[in-house]
Design a protein. Structure first.
Length: 335
């Protein structure tokens, strides 16, 4: 509230200077509070497709660039890095928050996945996000819904798809829907989920969707653990062991760059991960673009990808290997 619209009136000013001063202080505090409220204003939330379209259309008509940041909520600094990367590209930012049931298998953690919308909106409040798209499952998958996108290529590389066969069909279908709903110029995806990044990039190329997928490097804890909403599941002992994943990846990448035999490096890396307390799903060296297997540094650029379970938590991570043919590496950044 500006000071001049202060509602306090002093009938006998000469006798009430002290009261007037107090009133001014009260008005000033209200103004400060209002200013704080303005700075921390939560972004607007829309929950239906027509409301989303009504919000986005004027931006498109005005020729403003739009970036979409798809998330499942429980936002952390990794997600916020995507928002910041979006800000560098686009005038308008839409963050979608949707825990997508179709990418979880029945035995996975859909029911217990953290849902923290109020905290998420607070986290986005000072990042100038224009819109939060938070549909319900019924809005995304209304009765009679019967269409799926079934990706191949990088989605069938024998990495995550080997352990989560339902996963990329769920991801591709929901990402396809989000892109069609929001019509962004850019969509930001984390390198943290490297195979997903490749699947989504392929999807937009194959379906001629007029959007550029922008990879964003992985944000990590100071000890190297990649930020993930699922880190919240780790107990203190597991949390202490978890950075071993990134340590081993970095060590393996260094050995491969130095010319050590790839198969031997991966064998030793896998053993090191297991001796840190993990059950290893995979530790693989793949071509950084196609995700096809590689036998030596010269077959690169190489990306090392790992998935491993500790207690009830499954973690994934990846790293670029320097050396070999690294032309595309610079384009995708190094995490
Ligand atoms: P999620 O909410 O886990 O589905 O992730 C939404 C997006 O955030 C995906 O593009 C992820 O790759 C990305 N993301 C998740 N964790 C990180 C991280 N630590 N650093 C960068 N991006 C991340």
């Amino acid at each position: 509230m500006p000071a001049r619209s202060c509602p306090f009136r002093m009938p006998h000013a000469s006798a009430a200077r002290g009261l007037a001063a107090a009133a001014l202080i009260v008005c000033a505090r209200v103004a400060v509070l209002n200013q704080a409220k303005f700075v921390l204003m939560a972004p607007r939330v829309v929950r239906t497709v027509p409301a989303l379209r009504r919000a986005v259309m004027p931006w498109r008509t005005a020729g403003e660039r739009i970036a979409l940041v798809p998330t499942m909520g429980a936002l952390h600094a990794g997600h916020l890095a995507l928002v910041q990367a979006a800000r560098r590209r686009a005038r308008r930012i839409v963050v979608s928050i949707f825990v997508n049931p179709t990418q979880f298998a029945p035995h996975e953690d859909f029911g217990s996945y953290p849902r923290t919308l109020a905290a998420d909106l607070a986290a986005l409040a000072d990042l100038s996000v224009d819109l939060v798209w938070a549909p319900s499952a019924e809005v995304m998958y209304p009765p009679g819904f019967a269409t799926r996108i079934v990706p191949e290529g990088p989605a069938a590389a024998g990495l995550e798809d080997r352990f989560r066969p339902h996963f990329f069909t769920g991801v591709a279908t929901v990402v396809g829907k989000l892109l069609i709903q929001c019509m962004p110029d850019f969509a930001m995806f984390g390198e943290k989920d490297y195979q997903q990044l490749k699947v989504v990039t392929r999807l937009t190329q194959d379906l001629d969707l007029p959007v550029r997928i922008i990879p964003v490097p992985t944000v990590r804890e100071p000890d190297g653990l990649a930020l993930s909403s699922r880190n919240a599941y780790l107990n203190p002992l597991e949390r202490a062991a978890a950075p071993a994943l990134q340590r081993v990846l970095a060590h393996c990448a260094g050995e491969i760059t130095r010319g050590e035999l790839l198969a031997r490096v991966l064998d030793e890396g896998g053993a090191a991960i297991e001796s840190a307390g993990f059950v290893l799903d995979y530790l693989e060296a793949r071509h950084a673009d196609t995700l096809q297997p590689v036998a030596a540094l010269k077959d690169g650029p190489i990306r090392l990808l790992v998935a491993a379970r500790i207690g009830k938590t499954r973690l994934i991570d990846n790293i670029a290997v320097s050396g070999g043919r690294t032309a595309k590496k610079a384009k995708h950044g190094i995490s």
